[in-house]
Design a binder for this molecule. Sequence first.
Ligand code: NAG
Ligand code: NAG
Ligand code: NAG
Ligand code: NAG
Ligand code: NAG
Ligand code: NAG
Ligand code: NAG
Ligand code: NAG
Ligand code: NAG
Length: 417
Amino acid sequence: MRSQSWRHVAVAAFALAVAGTNAQTGSLTDLGTLLSGQKNLTTFYGLIQKYPQILLQLPSTQGVTILAPNNDAFNKIPYTELNKAFSDNDQDVITNVLEYHLLEGSRTAAELNPGDSVFIPTLLTNEAYSNVSGGQRVQNVKQSGDVVVFVSGLGNRCTLTQADLKFTGGVVQVIDSLLIPPSNLTGTLIPFNLTSFEGALYQSKKLENFSTAANSTIFIPNNNAFQNLGPAIANMTVEALGSVLDYHLLPGQVAYSTDLTNGTKFSTQQGGNVTILHSGNNVYVNSAAIIQADLLCANGVIHVIDNVLNPQGPGAQPNPAIAQQGAVFASASSYSTLPFTTAIPCTSSCPVTSSSVTSGSGSVTGGAGTKTTSGAGSKSSSVKTSSSKAMAAAMARETGFHAAGLMVALGGAVMMI
Ligand SMILES: *[C@@H]1O[C@H](CO)[C@@H](O)[C@H](O)[C@H]1NC(C)=O
Ligand SMILES: *[C@@H]1O[C@H](CO)[C@@H](O)[C@H](O)[C@H]1NC(C)=O
Ligand SMILES: *[C@@H]1O[C@H](CO)[C@@H](O)[C@H](O)[C@H]1NC(C)=O
Ligand SMILES: *[C@@H]1O[C@H](CO)[C@@H](O)[C@H](O)[C@H]1NC(C)=O
Ligand SMILES: *[C@@H]1O[C@H](CO)[C@@H](O)[C@H](O)[C@H]1NC(C)=O
Ligand SMILES: *[C@@H]1O[C@H](CO)[C@@H](O)[C@H](O)[C@H]1NC(C)=O
Ligand SMILES: *[C@@H]1O[C@H](CO)[C@@H](O)[C@H](O)[C@H]1NC(C)=O
Ligand SMILES: *[C@@H]1O[C@H](CO)[C@@H](O)[C@H](O)[C@H]1NC(C)=O
Ligand SMILES: *[C@@H]1O[C@H](CO)[C@@H](O)[C@H](O)[C@H]1NC(C)=O
């Protein structure tokens, strides 16, 4: 249904964009006039008026693209990671969220090549969400059926609903959900169940090092990958484990999927190189398949892989004919439980009862694993959702378009664009 309405809108919008090109000098409207004329953008317009300082940061040269969430998008906030910030009216976080919706350069939907992701720099530079040079990125891709999608932190996707509303300073693109600023490393590992890796970082005392490494790419093996190694990794010394983990970090190189071209070698924090190989539709790093690419995180990008990489075997090559590559560590044998998860300290959301791993371990059979860990997987995500109607109402009060006086008072800042 959404893609149908997009197709509808797109045809009209593209027609408009073409018609608008010879009107670029003079007759384009300013942002304030544009936003005030859009009845689906009243909440966003109200927010922009409440935080006019956002617009003062806009680069004047190549223009800007404003991803404007429609009114429906704001109604979804209670179900997202942004709920707390908006219900607490946390001005700092809301400012950062708005900055993340401002993209460098004036970008029209028609510029996208179908299927090719682009990673667009935004005005979000707060280190807590963006320890990368040039501003945190948002992924933009045109999928089949001309559905244009933006992907933000924690894999959140939103869809373009109205394209290419031009104004004097650039272009507004209307989206159906808010973008979520990327979380730091632990905030990203937990919701994606990458808990063995998280535990291994604690075990090897490298969590701080990995979390604060600016401009990084991290290849993160999923829990199965650690489980499949069992004692081959669980029994390593802290130093050996640290070296293995270091082989998964590319410091000072943010390599999005588009940078992982066939045959490229990347140098790791461990010192050795990893090599990218493309085969069919799969992309491998050494012999590990990338099973989820481009999870944006505060200090760069994460690619989830299905095998732990071994710095002692940098020449490991996949067998593309098989789905799950063999482990590349000697004496690997499956554990029934997740290595290292007991190393994760119990913090704010400690499990009351240790319910242990229920799913995930069931299918793993055999192996020398008699090691038992409890509590694995029961550490709950810090991502909170709430369906409370009261919360929604409070949020609507905060963000609602309610102050005509404010609009007039702050109109000047908006009109500057
Ligand atoms: C505006 O909002 C209405 C109601 O949510 C929706 O039906 C309509 O498609 C929206 N229009 C655009 C252009 O997004
Ligand atoms: C890494 O990111 C920081 C911003 O967080 C930037 O100041 C620095 O120049 C970047 N370093 C490299 C090598 O790109
Ligand atoms: C990651 O973010 C969470 C909350 O946003 C914070 O509590 C935690 O200390 C951060 N971790 C690091 C290593 O900075
Ligand atoms: C994490 O694991 C839980 C329980 O196995 C599962 O319900 C959830 O979908 C997983 N999340 C992701 C992002 O894989
Ligand atoms: C950002 O990166 C720098 C350089 O690696 C580091 O010193 C700093 O602690 C990082 N900031 C955060 C918030 O992680
Ligand atoms: C992480 O540790 C390595 C040494 O293993 C060091 O070279 C690097 O500077 C550290 N990075 C940070 C951000 O502390
Ligand atoms: C691994 O360590 C556990 C104790 O943590 C021990 O019981 C087991 O025998 C060790 N396995 C190997 C293969 O060394
Ligand atoms: C890593 O690859 C580069 C070429 O990309 C090469 O010059 C370098 O010697 C390699 N390093 C190691 C440790 O193999
Ligand atoms: C990637 O490069 C290798 C040689 O290094 C080649 O055998 C392979 O066919 C290439 N893959 C693709 C998809 O082109």
